[in-house]
Ligand binder design. Sequence first.
Ligand SMILES: C[S@@+](CC[C@H](N)C(=O)[O-])C[C@H]1O[C@@H](n2cnc3c(N)ncnc32)[C@H](O)[C@@H]1O
Length: 288
Amino acid sequence: MRLRTILDIYHKELDALYGKQEVDSFFNLLIDHYLQLKRIHIVVDPEYVITKSEEQPLFEALSALKLEQPIQYIIGVTDFYGLTFKVNTHTLIPRPETEELVSWILSDQKGNESVDPLQIMDIGTGSGCIAITLAKKLTNARVIGMDISEKALELSRENAISNMVDLSFLQGDILNVTRSDHLLNHKLDVVVSNPPYVRHLEKAEMQNNVLNNEPHTALFVSDDNPLIFYKAIGEFAKDKLKPNGLLYFEINEYLGRETMTLLEQQGFKNIKLKQDMFGKDRMIRAEK
Ligand SMILES: C[S@@+](CC[C@H](N)C(=O)[O-])C[C@H]1O[C@@H](n2cnc3c(N)ncnc32)[C@H](O)[C@@H]1O
């Protein structure tokens, strides 16, 4: 079949759901991923024909898109900070806001000439996007990624290998930390976390492709205790950080002030709230 004909079918079946522009960008991503073809192929050669076996993944992806499955789960990979990460339904799809959090940490560490390795822990590591990017970019860092989900950790280990970085992963529940694991006995320079922070009352604002596909243990907290992870991670960081060590959080845009107050009460100093590219309160840095 002509590739152009398949694009026409995509538009016919999906434009009402996603809009024309997004359907074009899905199609470009899919032909690049499955066929290593660029959009220009359709432009310069509208008669370009692909084989039956080449068509198959494009039609499978079309069915998945009709069910509002995220494109990143369909192709199984996504880009984060210029690196490629495998993702599946056990891991949150890394977001651009989280790239901004990583960028903040990297710029704070720029020019850090310390001869001692920088000890970093990422709590709720998921795909490993934060931990692996920090390990890749900060060559003097020793990074530990922790998550409650063994399935997520399987994938973050694979991502560490494919990105050729050496770091440690640890299965654990930050709400019930047991002191037994030796990885928890290190003193840390940096603790970072993008924990679950969406309240159930915010579900109405969420898109179906997020709500129906991404893992709820990665997303949701109860309406009456939305800072549960921030409180636990703050206490953990207070205990584990070296003097003047830094704690970085991605936060719920509606709870910036409350999260800052919590960290003040826990005794952190120099607490700074930062907005993301959309102007929303999205990140906090605090010093022990
Ligand atoms: C919002 S996702 C963040 C994933 C990844 N760090 C990112 O930024 O894309 C939160 C992560 O916290 C993990 N998590 C949930 N409850 C946890 C707990 N009690 N202890 C440790 N990790 C937990 C989830 O499995 C999920 O991977």
